[in-house]
Design a protein around this ligand. Structure first.
Ligand code: ADP
Length: 517
């Protein structure tokens, strides 16, 4: 049920109940008043008649008593007049009465005996009648007189008044209903409906919606004003938030742009790094050809072959860098890791010799894997070059880089791996550098000396083969990088390889294998 309907019903019912109660109380009071005045009227008639009769009896005036009481009974409301003898019998009655209806000897006798007036209320022939009986002095025949008056007109009067009150109540209720309906419709229902519509619109996000403020209406008017003020406030806040978001977006766009620029710079520096190593080799070999004019033809050819292979490597590196974001396509062939490392170290020979670094090659049986030789060459060149660079920077007089091999290591899934360890005594890796060590662009080198791409590219290549790289500090006071490679990269199913549970476990196995080789 709507609030306005409930209000109207409550008001109407309450007012009706109050009016009915008031009318009931009023009609009772009116009835009592009318009864009282009727009694007093009868008594006044009776007293007048009593004193008139007694006066006549005293002066012995003869007159027609019957005519007198008949005339008296013609007064409005007088039901009848009676005169009683000493026994209380009615001896003279007015026309209006029929004697057989009058049989109240007892009351008249009491009045005569006590000489005291009395009044009696009776119902005669469906009429309510009140009587006043007074004693009479001065005549032996008539000892008491009674005047009876009908009070039915009083009841009739009350009934009419009650009917009027009920009718008035009904009219008042209808009027209240109409007025309250009208007032609540225009002052309550319509403004509340308007506010509801506003709240729904704002809820939907339409902050431009404003409610109509009623011209009058006290709190409702204030509520409508406050609602509009709140909508204004929300709209301002939203505009500010939108502006802020746009500004933030613009800032982010700028930030992304500068990040892209920084990334491009880092990439450029990274490319320079990758190119740097083979270019240095080419430079070294070219210098040898130029300086050693009387070198043997074999020596020259060897230097030229190295220069050519490095030029090819540069081209390949460029291709790989261009494909950095795409998966590698491995060109697999049988490789002897021991041979590959010997070639790598040979390429670094000139640089190492200049810095007084020993490159110790380990002899032994071939360590065979099926892998991409060009990509692996890139990996080992990065790792060995890092070791040489670290030693060069530390200017160690007894600096060395050496290799160790693990020919066959079986993981928990029964897959077979070989591993290469590149060990140096260059001072090792700081503890806090281990977590970001393989992150792209992580470097501790001076500007222009390193780009932080070497290890990240190497890890990617090794993982493409189904292997992994471990970095650790060794007891000799340097770093050891171990590259695990599956015997056949073609068997790599894409599952992550099972690394040794602990470095100790791997080392124990390594020692056993080294002894075999
Ligand atoms: P870059 O050599 O250009 O800095 P890398 O990815 O090859 O990039 O190496 C990242 C970092 O790893 C190096 O800056 C260096 O701090 C550390 N690092 C690599 N190899 C060694 C090593 N043999 N000894 C000590 N630190 C090393």
């Amino acid at each position: 049920m709507k609030t306005s309907t409930r209000l109207i019903l409550m008001l109407t019912v309450t007012v009706s109940a109050l009016m009915l109660l008031a009318s009931f109380l009023l009609s009772r009071e009116r009835e009592a008043l009318l009864n009282r005045s009727a009694r007093e009227e009868v008594k006044a008639h009776a007293l007048t008649l009593q004193s008139a009769l007694e006066e006549d009896f005293r002066t012995c005036r003869t007159f027609d008593l019957q005519q007198l009481i008949n005339r008296l009974s013609q007064n409005r409301g007088i039901y009848g007049v009676l005169l009683f003898d000493a026994t209380g019998q009615a001896v003279l009655v007015s026309d209006a009465l029929k004697t057989k209806d009058i049989s109240y000897v007892e009351e008249a006798r009491k009045v005569i005996a006590s000489n005291q007036e009395t009044d009696v209320e009776r119902r005669i022939k469906d009429e309510d009648v009140i009587s006043v009986i007074l004693p009479l002095q001065g005549d032996s025949r008539y000892r008491a007189v009674e005047i009876a008056q009908s009070i039915s007109y009083v009841h009739e009067d009350i009934r009419r008044a009650q009917r009027d009150i009920i009718l008035t109540t009904v009219f008042v209720c209808i009027a209240i209903f109409l007025v309250v309906t009208f007032v609540t419709h225009f002052n309550l229902t319509l403004p509340i409906r308007e506010l509801l519509g506003g709240a729904q619109a704002v809820g939907r996000g339409d902050l431009n919606y404003r409610v109509i403020v009623p011209r009058s209406g006290g709190e409702i008017r204030q509520l409508a004003r406050e609602f509009n003020r709140m909508a204004d406030h929300l709209a301002t806040q939203r505009a500010a938030a939108t502006r802020e978001a746009e500004e933030r977006l613009e800032l982010e766009r700028k930030l992304r742009h500068s990040e892209r620029l920084a990334l491009a710079g880092k990439m450029a520096a990274g490319i320079a790094h990758e190119m740097g190593a083979p270019l240095q080799v080419i430079d070294g070999r070219a210098k040898q050809i130029l300086n050693q004019t009387e070198a043997s033809i074999e020596m020259r050819q060897r230097n030229l072959t190295i220069i050519r292979s490095q030029a090819e490597r540069i081209a390949r590196i460029v291709r790989q860098l261009l494909n950095l974001a795409r998966p590698y396509t491995l060109q697999l062939s049988d490789i002897d890791l021991r041979q590959l490392l010997a070639e790598t170290l040979e390429l670094l020979e000139t640089n190492a010799a200049q810095a007084g670094i020993q490159l110790r090659r380990e002899t032994g049986p071939a360590v065979r894997v099926k892998a991409d030789p060009h990509l692996l060459n890139q990996v080992f060149m990065n790792i060995c070059l890092n070791a040489v660079q670290t030693l060069t920077l530390r200017r160690k007089s007894d600096g060395y880089v050496r290799t160790e091999f693990i020919n066959d290591w079986e993981d928990k899934r029964g897959r077979h791996f070989s591993a290469v360890k590149v060990i140096d005594n260059g001072g090792g890796i700081a503890e806090e550098h281990f977590p970001p060590l393989f992150d792209p662009f992580f470097t501790t080198r001076e500007i222009g000396q390193g780009t932080g791409l070497g290890l990240s590219v190497s890890r990617r290549i090794v993982e493409e083969h189904g292997g992994w790289i471990e970095a650790a500090n060794n007891d000799e006071g340097g770093a050891t990088f171990t590259v695990y490679l599956p015997h056949n990269a073609a068997d790599f199913t894409g599952l992550p390889p099972q690394q040794p549970e602990s470095a100790a476990e791997a080392t124990a196995q390594d020692d056993a294998i080294s002894q075999q080789t």
